[in-house]
Write a protein that binds this ligand. Sequence first.
Ligand code: NI
Length: 162
Amino acid sequence: MKILQFPSARLRIVAKKIINITDEVKENLNSMLDIMYQQKGIGLAATQVNIHQRMIVLDVSEKQNQAQKLINPVIVEKFDIQEEEEGCLSVPEFRAKIPRAKKIIFSYVDEENNSFQKEAEGLLAICIQHEIDHLNGKLFIDYLSQAKRQQIRTMLKKKRKK
Ligand code: NI
């Protein structure tokens, strides 16, 4: 598993809803968690590892011991606005403040196909919004100006050449 990096066109693919939670889906979720921890991320969407199915993993706990796997996550409702600095494993070494809902109600299914509806605030709410954006082919830098995105593209290109 490799993490796709901006400006890969594959990051723009809209992921499909998961109908059957197969062993392959479960294996992929575990591999996604492994690579997320390895890269010191707090969230990862399947899109980022070139799997175009609606699933994300995250762990916003301080000790990085509260892994969550969300299949077919959906934001049901959004409340208020917060603006915090975000980063992304697909846009390395770049951070920016992005406006997000402060509180969300979201739904998902787990690996046993149980449905949940929960509330999230703060960092967890940001992370879920960020990862669901990935499933829709959207990156956090899309909220910035085109000039800024071009700047990031040039910066990453230079870095890769080194
Ligand atoms: Ni990201």
